[in-house]
Each structure stands twice: as C-alpha cells, then as structure tokens.
Design a protein around this ligand. Sequence first.
Ligand code: GTP
Ligand code: MG
Length: 136
Amino acid sequence: VQETLVLVKPDGVARSLTGEVLRRIEAKGYSLVDIKLVEAERELLAEHYAEHEGKPFFEPLVEFMLSGPIVAIRVAGDRVIEGFRALAGTTDPTTALPGTIRGDLGRDWGLKVQQNLVHGSDSPESAARELALWFK
Ligand code: GTP
Ligand code: MG
C-alpha cells in the first residue's frame, strides 16, 4: 500500500481546520498511520522545500512554515499520493475547485498563495524523501 506525507500548514492549524482535513482523508477511505504536532526547524523546512530554493517565494514560504505549529500525518491507501493531491486541489486557493480542501476552505484575501492549508507529496520519490524527513 502506498504512503504519502500530508502537512496541515500553520494557517490550517491556526484556523482549527486540522479535524476537517483529517475528516476528509478518513472519509475518502485512507488510513492514518502516524500523526504529530511539530514546531518545524528552519533546517527541516529548507530540506523539505529544497526544490524551491532560489525561487522568489522560498524565504517567505519558509518564514510562513515557521510561523506556528504544523500537523504532520503519514497517510496510507491505494494511490494515496495522487488521491490526496486531488482532495487538496490546485496550489492557489482562489482557483482550486470547490469540493477540494483548498477550494472549500482556502482563502486569499489579505493572504499569500503559500497559505494554502495543506501539503501533499507529489510523487513516490517525494513521499519517501519527505516521510523520512518528518518521521525520523
Ligand atoms: P505543496 O503540496 O505544499 O507542495 O503544494 P504544491 O505542490 O501545490 O505546490 P509547490 O510544490 O509548487 O509549491 C510548494 C508551496 O510553495 C505551495 O504549496 C505554496 O505554499 C508555495 N508556493 C508555490 N508557488 C508559489 C508562488 O508563486 N508564490 C508564493 N508566495 N508561494 C508559492
Ligand atoms: Mg509540492
């Protein structure tokens, strides 16, 4: 069975949407394998977002991820990597489709696109790499 890393980002935790995210994951039929509340360190975030290093939004993104606790979840299920990405919706909450986590719950008024509530690994390679980082 496939596994993925889901993060409820600081905006999701601060808005008390962790339960809603978990509800959607469980309602879809995926299993929670491990879960924890993390105050991430800069080093972990820099590794997590290594592919974005050097991009203009990298520093603001890391600062945002340092702004409060994150809930890290190991989720298992058939094709869960693709499946959770579908549940999350596209990166920008404004255009994410209704029915998705970002489309239903994301907002961008006064906020930045990085405040998009959740993260989900985007490939089996990313999932293995990210799970090893967040669940050492
Ligand atoms: P994740 O599941 O969080 O990885 O989102 P994603 O795969 O939909 O997006 P991507 O990996 O391309 O970018 C990672 C994160 O960086 C996004 O979730 C956003 O939080 C942020 N991000 C991506 N593109 C931009 C951008 O153009 N501007 C800003 N400010 N943030 C961005
Ligand atoms: Mg990504």
